[in-house]
Design a protein around this ligand. Structure first.
Ligand code: PLP
Length: 257
């Protein structure tokens, strides 16, 4: 059986973070493992509080997994602080998993900061150069590249800039721009558009986590990067189409559609 590891934050409401990642891995038939970096008290409405875990237990979780279990692909989600970024990067440099997908989680849809602003520089310096694929949305890419992204031309340029920063490949999600959510995949040489149709629903909690973990599962299963991002896009489209209308805020994506 193929395996995937998520290094991310816990969402008590089950819609995003580690919980979404493990659901996506399971739905795609991949054995899931998790390293929890932070615990959030959260539901469909809000992130109430966040507690980052001690560095020692984060490093121990990573070591416990890599010293015993096979890891076909790693997904990185919420990291929280510069200290956690640095330590996770050190551990990954030690165990050298072949495939690392980075979802540069920064702010929740409700506006709660999930990455301290002083950690952004560490993310750029320590993690971008070691990952196979980075999957920013528009605000995250703007933050990483220090540029405004307002149109398609800016999206091409942001992908090139992210490559300059060391990312081997980029999936820039276009959903924050007006119109249909078209995403731009850059494999370091060629660009491919992944076109979507906007689905009008309020239930979009955990969409970024779900997409990056679906891509990670497909990569673990042996899909090429290009095939994995295409399959991931169709997974997230269905996960939103069949999203679950629970809670009074943004309901979660569905993984078993
Ligand atoms: N909570 C955790 C632990 C996350 O990792 C994320 C996103 O990556 C979120 C919350 C935010 O989810 P959303 O912005 O989709 O509501």
């Amino acid at each position: 059986m193929k395996t995937a590891l998520t290094i991310a934050g816990s969402d008590s409401g089950g819609g995003a973070g580690v919980q979404a990642d493990l659901k996506a891995f399971s739905a795609l038939g991949v054995y899931g493992m998790s390293v929890i970096t932070a615990v959030t008290a959260q539901n469909t409405v809000e992130v109430r509080s966040v507690q980052m875990l001690d560095i020692s237990i984060i490093r121990d979780q990573i070591a416990a997994i890599f010293e015993d279990l096979p890891v076909d692909a790693v997904k990185i989600g919420m990291l929280g602080s510069a200290e956690i970024v640095k330590n996770v990067a050190e551990e990954l440099n030690k165990y050298k998993p072949k495939q690392i997908i980075l979802d540069p989680v920064m702010v929740s849809k409700g506006g709660h900061h999930l990455l301290l602003t002083d950690a952004i520089q560490s993310l750029k310096e320590k993690l971008l150069p070691v990952v196979t694929l980075v999957t920013p949305n528009i605000p995250e890419a703007e933050c990483l590249t220090n540029t405004k992204i307002e149109n398609i031309e800016d999206m091409y340029q942001a992908c090139r800039n992210l490559k300059e920063l060391g990312a081997k490949s980029v999936l820039l999600k276009g959903g924050h721009l007006e119109g249909d959510p078209n995403d731009l995949f850059f494999d370091g040489m060629q660009f491919t558009w992944l076109k979507g149709k906007r689905i009008h629903t309020k239930n979009v909690h955990g969409t970024g986590c779900t997409l990056s973990s679906a891509i990670t599962a497909y990569i673990a299963k042996g899909y090429s990067l290009q095939e994995a991002v295409k399959a991931g896009k169709s997974y997230i489209t269905k996960a939103i189409q069949y999203s679950i209308n629970i809670g009074s805020g943004h309901g979660p994506t569905h993984h078993f559609f």
